[in-house]
Design a protein around this ligand. Structure first.
Ligand code: 4GP
Length: 818
């Protein structure tokens, strides 16, 4: 570990406030202090960063390139300090300068270059790769505007642009010397070289300059610093007045515009494909730049490109970067003169693909017209991959045209990106055991039958360094005093806590810490929502993207039902409950936005009804994001993981709650299955249809929500309250769409397609069990401690070890500082 000299560090902060802002420390604003401290921390990182790359060069290591449209990193300053194990010394230095670390940490914008699960997973993976000492690059896009900031106005979501770069980003480094050109459009001219071989030349294209910005990813206490490389676009030439005379004025302006728009904004869709042309441009832009750089880097150290797969692996984070396949083929064939067979053999040893969702609306299918116009050379290559693949299908399944229809890469005027990714990858993985089984037996059945050896499962994980060590310092310290601090880099050790689960004193200590974390969240809610919540009530929390399959609607309908019961019988036995929600909805997802409004409307009525004596509170936390998530997980008693079984590929929020000692209230979906397996069903609250039952209903029919609506009076009351103005007197029609979606089929959409009414009573019963269990504080504490103690499997360190050993075949490095 690097020794940090406190006096030098203080001096560095003073120098930076002076040089950057012409101010002394006492004159500088909080934001300026954040900048000065961050630059000083970056200076400490630089030596490790350089040493890491020297080691990589010396050992000529194999490197994984994790290609992802999204990296939902969260704030860097606090995390970097923790991973450098410099927390104490830096706190001391800042104290002596009169600076409060917590206050300036809050000055950092929350880098939100991602939507939800898949983007946050990428961030956890980077943390684990560095901590484990595996050589890696994250490759992505430097969006000027990240995930929008969510404001709640009059109960409705309003999207505000997230201008996260407005004060600059102290941790990034622009690397202009690594810029490359990326070409779009035009046409392909076929010529012959001196040996009579065909050459493919893209002409009359538009191009942009891709310029990388590097961010350090600091490993925990091991001097390893990997790189997250995010690409920005610049115009190739500065605006050239000459071109006006040459008649190229139009093109010059278009190129300028292309450069300006390409990295402008992250598409705010989760589990959903919107099919916008600019999105395909973004995909090809960052893929082409990343692959070009990877090849250049490899060729700096090697004579011959034929063995590149021995040193390089491209991991495709969902289908978004799938053009990698064709871009790599293009470079190998067009720039390095390899034959098709050689290029294909290398590509299929280099690319690996992770699937993150079975939601059919997330499947990327680009119209041929658009794809071939934007990427003419890439399209030729995709067509040829498809032609050869169809020959393979026919050889294996003669005359079975259904197989071609199901598996072709190009079909029905569309390019199917998942099919391309599967055919060209040597590994295809799902993100939890159940998810992978569904891929193999349902979604990707034909592919699994044809190429079973490619399929494997890698259950997701999360980093305990951000989500316990940084996010919940009280609990982290408690765990360390009990079992030492090995858990920070080896979460399996946390199982040593199990012996304390029955210990009365430990139970009390645990509940006291939970209480303090609830007080912290209650203060945040008071400040942001103006709502008083009682930290002694059960904090029942559902935070995640708003999506119908995640069923926030089931949760709020149940709250409406509880409220009806309380109104009917104010003296009934009832343990006070606080239902907390946090969720962004995609800007164009109307029904999701209506559900946000419903949650807020129910909150308005319930929270202001004196007659129920504060027994029930409903809170919608605005702008749920990584930074407030850390505090929210720490304060949870109950973790709501209630997706329709079979729909949530894995979930990772479920793991963060568990690590912080919340009990899961959930369906047997995604990684919940494995969570329950680890902690025992008696320490969770499981309900609802199984995935097999859901799939059977979907395939064979036999579920009609009206049957339930007709028979069940309580449910009917709740559903009717959606449209009788009970929660929206000013506009009784406000929730009509939600009501209809539960009762009526509509076009291709089945009534209650997410089985909310079907699972309602079973959810209600599970909620009753929660209430009963919570009344017995000792039993609850025991279960909560057992949840923490059983979370070892769900560290992203374990996940990354599996990827590294079974897919990437990487070796670990050790980095010593000179
Ligand atoms: C998410 C899945 O919905 C979630 O279950 C999973 O844990 C996460 O990926 C990471 O694997 N999918 C997306 C998406 O974020 O946009 O498809």
């Amino acid at each position: 570990m690097q020794n940090i000299n406190k006096e030098e560090f203080k001096k560095s902060i003073e120098d930076y406030t002076k040089v950057l802002f012409r101010k002394s420390v006492s004159e500088a604003s909080k934001q300026q202090l954040f900048q000065a401290v961050s630059y000083s921390v970056k200076d400490l990182i630089i030596d490790q960063w350089m040493a890491t790359h020297r080691e990589y060069e010396d050992k000529d290591v194999k490197t994984v390139y994790y290609l992802s449209m999204e990296f939902l990193m969260g704030r860097a300053l606090g995390n970097n300090i923790i991973n450098m194990k410099a927390n104490n010394i830096i706190k001391e230095a800042l104290d002596e300068l009169g600076i409060d670390l917590n206050v300036i940490e809050d000055q950092e914008p929350d880098p939100a270059l991602g939507n939800g699960g898949l983007g946050r997973l990428a961030a956890c993976f980077l943390d684990s790769l560095s901590t484990l000492g595996y050589p890696a690059y994250g490759c992505g896009i430097r969006y000027k505007y990240g995930m929008f900031e969510q404001k709640i106005e009059n109960g409705f979501q309003v999207e505000v642009p997230d201008n996260w770069l407005k004060d600059g980003n102290p941790f990034e480094m622009k690397r202009s010397d690594y810029a490359v050109e990326v070409k779009f459009g035009g046409y392909v001219r076929i010529t012959k070289d001196n040996n009579g071989r065909e050459k493919f030349v893209q002409e009359n294209y538009q191009s942009v300059l891709a310029v990388p910005y590097d961010l350090p990813i600091v490993g925990y206490g091991n001097n390893v610093v990997n790189t997250l490389r995010i690409w920005d676009a610049e115009a190739i030439d500065n605006f050239n007045l000459d071109s006006f005379d040459k008649g190229d004025y139009q093109k010059a302006v278009e190129q300028q515009n292309l450069a300006r728009t390409i990295c402008e904004v992250l598409y705010p869709n989760d589990n959903h494909y919107a099919g916008k042309e600019l999105r395909l441009k973004q995909q090809y832009f960052f893929v082409s730049a990343s692959i070009q750089r990877a090849v250049i880097k490899y060729m700096e150290k090697h004579e011959d490109i034929h063995n590149i797969h021995e040193k390089v692996c491209f991991q495709l984070n969902d289908t978004h970067p799938t053009v990698t396949v064709a871009e790599f083929m293009r470079i190998l064939m067009d720039d390095y003169d390899l034959s098709w067979d050689e290029a294909w053999s290398i590509t299929t040893k280099t690319c690996a693909y992770t699937n993150h969702t079975i939601m059919s609306e997330a499947l990327e299918k680009w119209p041929l017209e658009l794809f071939s116009r934007l990427l003419p050379r890439i399209y030729q290559i995709v067509e040829e991959i498809n032609r050869r693949f169809i020959i393979e299908i026919q050889a294996k399944y003669p005359n079975d045209y259904k197989k071609i229809e199901k598996m072709a890469i190009v079909y029905d005027g569309q390019v199917k990106m998942a099919h391309l990714a599967i055919v060209a990858s040597f590994s295809v993985n799902g993100v939890a055991r159940l998810h992978t089984e569904i891929l193999k037996n349902q979604q990707l059945k034909e592919f699994y039958q044809m190429m079973p050896e490619k399929f494997n499962s890698k259950t997701n994980g999360i980093t305990q360094r951000r989500f316990l060590l940084h996010g919940n310092p009280l609990l982290a310290d408690w765990v360390t005093t009990k079992i030492g601090d090995d858990w920070i880099t080896n979460l399996q050790h946390i199982s040593e806590l199990k012996v304390y689960a029955d210990d009365l004193r430990c139970q009390k200590e645990f509940m006291q810490i939970k209480y303090q974390n609830k007080v912290r969240l209650a203060a945040y809610i008071k400040e942001h929502n103006g709502i008083e919540v009682d930290p002694r009530s059960i904090f029942d929390i559902q935070v995640k993207r708003l999506h119908e399959y995640k069923r926030q609607l089931l949760n709020i309908l149940h709250v409406m039902h509880l409220y009806n019961q309380l109104k009917k019988n104010p003296e009934m036995e009832f343990y006070p409950r606080t239902f907390i929600f946090g969720a962004k909805a995609s800007a164009g997802y109307r029904r999701a936005k209506a559900i946000i409004k419903l949650i807020n409307s129910v909150g308005d009525v319930v929270n202001n009804d004196k007659s129920i004596q504060n027994k029930l509170k409903v809170v919608f936390i605005e702008n749920y994001r990584v930074s407030n998530a850390e505090m929210i997980f720490a304060a949870a008693d109950v973790s709501e993981q209630i997706s329709t079984a079979s729909k949530e590929a894995s979930g990772t929020g479920n793991m963060k709650f568990m690590l912080n000692g919340a009990l899961t209230l959930g369906t047997m979906d995604g990684a919940n299955v494995e969570i329950v397996e680890e902690v025992g069903e008696e320490n969770a609250f499981i309900f609802g249809l199984t995935s097999d039952e859901v799939i059977k209903y979907e395939q064979e029919g036999g579920y009609n929500p009206k049957d339930i609506y007709n028979i069940d009076q309580d449910i009917r009351t709740v559903i009717t309250q959606l449209v009788n103005g009970y929660y929206s007197p000013e506009n009784p029609e406000l929730f009509r769409e939600i009501y209809n979606s539960l009762l009526d089929s509509n076009g291709g959409e089945r009534a209650d397609q997410y089985f909310i009414l079907k699972d309602f009573r079973s959810y209600e019963a599970a909620q009753k069990r929660v209430e009963e269990a919570y009344k017995d504080q000792a039993r609850w504490a025991k279960s909560a401690i057992l949840n923490v103690a059983s979370s070892g499997k769900f560290t992203s360190d374990r996940t990354i070890e599996e990827y590294a050993k079974e897919i990437w075949h990487l070796d670990k490095v050790k980095v010593e500082l000179e």
